[in-house]
Design a protein around this ligand. Structure first.
Ligand code: PLP
Length: 369
């Protein structure tokens, strides 16, 4: 089979409608800050996208700041923390973990779910707190109990920032109902172009801009807007919103994949398999072969999957997420992430399993079960 792409959590293929829309938006001349007609057309594209992005997560359009992606949104969110004690879960993306030396880590259990008791004792000890917890993990897909986390943070007069880069567009997600104060999104995880994202603030919350200049984005992020990228992001969020039910159908493929893997070898471990996960993500380990060797085998069969963290693809490093979950080095060192999305077909999962079966046979002499 030709080019089976199962690495949607690294980046999802851009939807064809979005490609067309980005191309036609690029053909428009006009700076959104210009007052003439051409400028107003560009401005309309940006403002329409702002509404579409806000609608995906139940936010107000005026609270959306367009950024260059999830990394920038997470970095900018941290600007709000001055004067607060900062806590992040130990399985956050590096754009939060590496942004501040002052940060204190919040533990997770063996499934990667935040330890609410430890979090509460941290909040009691130091107020006011600024807490960052991601909605869904990029490596394992586990979904955090964001509403309970928000309630606890607010009981202690703190603020909650949530990185929803891997959750929005994959599951129903409402910022207000969940009680999130600041929210990060990224376009390329949900079928939009790369290099665009958003930080969404809550009412009364402001974040200092770290890009100064022309005062775009209500002086919260200077620089001429990436009009075509933003327009494509907007359309991708609208399509993701209307396709949420369809996306949930991926659960069937996830089950098929995981059942198939375990049937082919009884030494397969599927991480966090018994807790709530996004329906598109499976992180599994087959300790007979290291992740880099497994990746090569899949790559030779034209299958794209990931090992370790998505953003470190290209360099296979051990996963801080699995480490925080207490997974031993041998299992963590062979962990592979398979992530599905809007264009994944059942035959691709069949093919993936056929290739895995061959790998198992080649390395153990026979399928071990
Ligand atoms: N947050 C999470 C959970 C991610 O998975 C990623 C990218 O993999 C990011 C943030 C960074 O987003 P971007 O690639 O848009 O900078």
């Amino acid at each position: 089979m030709k080019d089976v792409y199962l690495d949607y959590n690294a980046t999802a293929p851009v939807r064809p409608e979005v490609i067309d829309f980005v191309a036609s938006s690029m053909a428009l001349v006009g700076n959104p800050s210009s007052v003439h007609g051409a400028g107003r057309k560009a401005r309309n594209l940006v403002e329409k996208a702002r509404e579409q992005v806000a609608a995906l997560v139940g936010a107000r359009a005026r609270d959306v700041i367009f950024t260059s992606g999830g990394t920038e949104a997470n970095n900018q969110a941290l600007g709000f923390m001055s004067g607060h004690k900062h806590f992040v879960s130990s399985i956050e993306h590096d754009s939060l973990l590496k942004s501040s030396a002052e940060t204190q880590l919040l533990s997770v259990d063996g499934n990667g779910v935040i330890d609410l008791k430890q979090m509460e004792s941290c909040l009691k000890d130091s107020q006011p707190a600024f807490v960052s917890v991601m909605a869904a993990n990029n490596e394992t897909g586990i979904v955090q109990p964001i509403k309970s986390i928000a309630d606890l943070v607010h009981e202690h007069s703190g603020f909650l920032h949530c990185d929803a880069v891997q959750a929005a567009g994959k599951m129903p997600f409402d910022k207000q109902t969940l009680g999130i104060d600041l929210l990060s999104l990224s376009s390329h995880k949900l079928g939009g172009p790369q290099g665009v994202g958003a930080l969404i603030l809550g009412p009364g919350i402001d974040c200092p801009s770290f890009l100064t200049g022309g005062g775009q984005e209500r002086s919260r992020r200077s620089g001429t807007e990436n009009v075509a990228g933003i327009a494509g992001f907007g359309l991708a969020t609208e399509i993701a919103k209307t396709s949420l039910d369809e996306f949930q159908q991926l659960r069937t493929l996830q089950n098929k994949l995981e059942t198939g893997l375990k049937q082919l070898s009884n030494s397969v471990t599927v991480f966090s398999e018994n807790v709530e996960r996004t329906v598109n993500t499976t992180c599994f380990s087959w300790p007979e072969l290291s992740a880099d060797k497994l990746l090569i085998q899949f790559d030779l069969a034209s299958i794209a999957v990931s090992s370790g963290s998505a953003c470190s693809s290209g360099k296979v490093k051990s996963s801080h997420v699995l480490k925080a979950m207490g997974v031993d080095d041998c299992l963590a060192g062979s962990a592979i992430r398979v992530s599905l999305g809007w264009n994944t077909r059942p035959e691709e999962i069949d093919y993936f399993l056929q290739v895995f079966e061959k790998i198992v046979k080649r390395h153990t002499g026979k399928a071990s079960k």
